[in-house]
Each structure stands twice: as C-alpha cells, then as structure tokens.
Design a protein around this ligand. Structure first.
Ligand SMILES: [Zn+2]
Length: 440
C-alpha cells in the first residue's frame, strides 16, 4: 500500500469521527442580500397605524377610488406600495364639534364602513391580527380603525365599549387637548386648562383598564409625559405610539425621549414582549430645521389666516376650512422638505434605543397638510423606506418586523391579555360602572 493510499484510507476512516467532534455547519440560509428590497417589501404585510383620511370621506365626499388630489391615500397608491392594512384615524376636532363628540365619532366610523361597502372586492374591514392576515391572503387591503383623542368617549365607559363593539381597536388617550381624565402634551403648559396631578385621574385609570379588558390597544401618542408614565405603570398590556417620533432627533413635545422609547419597549406585564413606536412622517416632527422654520413663520401664517377670515366676515360669510388649509399650505410649501433619510434616522434611532422589535410605521397621511419628507407623498412611496433600511444593513426579517410584524405581535398580545383579564372576572372599575354594584 502506497503511503498516499494509506493517508487517504486513514482520512476516510477518521472522517466520521472528525465530523462528530466539530459542530455541524449551519445550513446555508437565504441571506437578506439575496433578496432585493422590492422582493422584501412585496413579501411583507405592511401596516400603517395612522391616517386621517376619514376627514376627507366625510367633509369632501372623497372616495378611495378617486385620484389623490391634495391628499395622500387612495386605492391606487395603496396597491402600488403594497400597503396591507391601515388604521383609519377617527379624530374629532374638539372645537368644531363641541357638544357632539360622539356624533362626529359615529359619522367617521360610518364613513370608513361605507368605503368598505363600496369596494368589497378590494377592501376588507377587519378587527384582529388574524383579520389582517386573512385579508392579505385574499389580496385585499385591510381597513381598521383607531380613535384619536379620549374626548370621543365623553367620559363614558359604556360609550368606549360601544366603540369597541363597532370595531375600534386603539384609542389615543388624548389628542392635543387634555380631557377631564388625561393630560395632553398639546396644552400641558397652558395654565388656563385644568390638569390633574397624576396625569390620569381614577376614572382615567379605569379607562386604561377597560381598554386592556376589551382588547383595545392603548395608544400613548399625544399624551403628556406625566400621563405617559402613569399609563405605563398601570397598563396590563403593551402600549403603542401610533404616530410619534424620537425627541432626541427633533425636539417636539409630542415626540418621545429615549427613556420613553425604552419604556414602551418594556411595557405590558412581566411576560410581555413589549410595545411598539410607529414613526410619524410629519416634517415638523422629523426635522429640527423644518420645525424651527415652521415656528418662525407662524406669526405670519396667523396674520394671513386672520386677514382671510376678516375678508369673508366683511361679506357676512365664514371662511371655508378648505381655503384656510390652502393658505396654510402655501406657507408650508416655502420651507424645503426634509430628505427621506431623516425619517429613516428616526426608525434607526428607535431600533437602536428600544430595539428593532419596537418600531413600526404611523404615517399621519392626510393629517399634516402634505408636510412630508421629500419623495414620500403616498403609500406608493413606501418601498423607498424598505430600500433605505436595507441600504443601512437591516435584514429582510428586520424590515418585515418594522413594516408590520411588530404591530401584529403587539396586537396579538393585547388580545391575549384581554382574554386573561376577562377570565379573571374581577373588573377593577369604579362605582360608576353598572356591574360594579357594592356587594351585599
Ligand atoms: Zn395625531
């Protein structure tokens, strides 16, 4: 036997042993780089947690099949950008609708349902994570609803329950106005507005508890810092910020400090996987430079609006809101739009501070007068976000989490907590509630 043959034989005999000693090599996996950004985006269930389009449905008779016009969201752009689900914002202007918050809330809820009824082949009304996935399988756009502003419940837990029954699946505890039970970041420095010491009153705590019990996501966008922390102490389910950015990058009172971002990531019970912060695309929350410029021209805007109103008043008329908005838009258009990369900076910052499992998308489309980063005008532009994230090294899996996976996880957990609380059968509700009569 030649020496060479002996070596080969020895290797053949020894090779199984050698294999036993070295750990098996991991199977070659599909590296994110092998998928293009387009493939990743198309494979994701893309979920947006905030669009104000219902205002257009009601006030402008806008239909989702219409061209965009001055708006941001329609069926065409939804299909182009593979938007899988939208939480339509049910927002009631507290000044214009004084005395009929619930009435306007119902108008907006009805308008969302009318859109679904008009386009059953393209839109599916859903109220659960499974519903979103089912719509995705049917190649339909999933429509959901979230209430923006606790004033919609008119201090009534029964009304809150009825909104849930109609399909509302999140509520921001406040909009820019404080309620009798929760404080807003929008008027926290206004001494003429009554605020409460603890951020949430006893009734406010009951509202949060009842939302947990129903399975309605608690949304902390817009609340004051104090209300935020008070809510996080008592909530049994993880919370969401449906449309907020990072205060470290743009100092808006409605954006969140790093400490708050971490707190959302740690929200919920001891076994919780934590909540999610969905980034807002509004330029004045994204870019400090834009925000400063916007603030600087505010007195000029106020004067122009006052002049317009005076002009109409002289003819005995009221200035139409559309015209006021148009005027404001001409001022906004003077400020250069921030680049899209600045929005990606917010996603990146939140992913680094709170974790990639705790960031998502909350556009605020149709709610910010078109003041959006460059090249981001409708859902049709969403693939650009995926491409930008991948260019920064985010894996396909991480992108899918950010695009909607994280929100689905939180939504599922909120439902699981709801089941637990309902099984406990000990609602911690104040004596205002019908089923909390004193025990005899
Ligand atoms: Zn908002």
């Amino acid at each position: 036997m030649s020496t060479r043959l002996r070596v080969i034989l020895a290797l053949v005999v020894l090779s199984p042993l050698m294999h036993a000693q070295t750990p098996p090599k991991p199977a070659p996996k599909m590296t994110p780089k092998s998928l293009t950004p387009t493939q990743v985006h198309q494979s994701a269930i893309v979920i947006d947690t905030h669009a104000d389009t219902p205002q257009r449905f009601v006030d402008e008779n806008f239909d989702l099949a219409d061209p965009l016009g001055r708006g941001n969201l329609n069926l065409d752009s939804i299909h182009k950008g593979n938007l899988g689900a939208e939480f339509f914002s049910i927002w009631v202007d507290p000044v214009q609708n004084k005395g009929r918050f619930a009435g306007r809330t119902f108008d907006l809820i009805d308008a969302v349902k009318q859109q679904v009824a008009k386009h059953p082949d393209q839109i599916k009304f859903v109220t659960s994570p499974e519903g979103i996935e089912q719509a995705h399988r049917e190649h339909k756009f999933a429509a959901l609803m979230g209430i923006e502003g606790g004033h919609s419940i008119e201090d009534s837990i029964p009304l809150l329950r009825q909104y849930y029954a109609l399909g509302v699946r999140y509520m921001t505890l406040t909009w820019s106005n404080s309620t009798s039970w929760a404080d807003s970041s929008g008027d926290i420095d206004d001494k003429s507005v009554p605020h409460n010491k603890e951020g949430l009153t006893e009734f406010g705590k009951d509202v949060v508890y009842e939302m947990n019990r129903l399975g309605m996501m608690v949304d902390i966008s817009h609340v004051s810092d104090h209300t935020f922390y008070r809510t996080l102490v008592i909530t049994r389910a993880p919370v969401i910020a449906s449309h907020s950015d990072a205060r470290a990058l743009c100092d808006a009172p409605r954006n969140m400090t790093d400490d708050m971002l971490r707190a959302v990531a740690n929200s919920g019970g001891p076994n919780s996987k934590g909540g999610v912060i969905d980034v807002n695309y509004y330029s004045a929350f994204v870019s400090q430079a834009y925000r400063d410029a916007d603030k600087a021209q505010q007195p000029e805007v106020d004067k122009a609006v006052a002049d317009l109103k005076a002009k109409y008043k002289a003819d005995g008329k009221e200035a139409p809101q559309a015209e006021i908005d148009k005027l404001k838009r001409t001022f906004a258009d003077r400020i250069p739009r921030p680049p899209l990369s600045m929005l990606i900076d917010h996603i990146d910052h939140i992913a680094k501070v709170a974790g990639v499992d705790h960031v998502g998308l909350g556009s605020d489309f149709d709610g910010v007068d078109g003041q959006l980063p460059e090249g981001l005008d409708s859902p049709a532009d969403l693939p650009k976000i995926t491409a930008a994230l991948m260019a920064r090294g985010y894996s396909a899996e991480d992108c899918r989490k950010i695009l909607g996976g994280n929100l689905l996880r939180v939504f599922r957990e909120v439902e699981a907590v709801s089941k637990e609380l309902q099984a406990e059968n000990r609602p911690r509700i104040t004596d205002k509630q019908p089923f909390d009569k004193p025990q005899k």
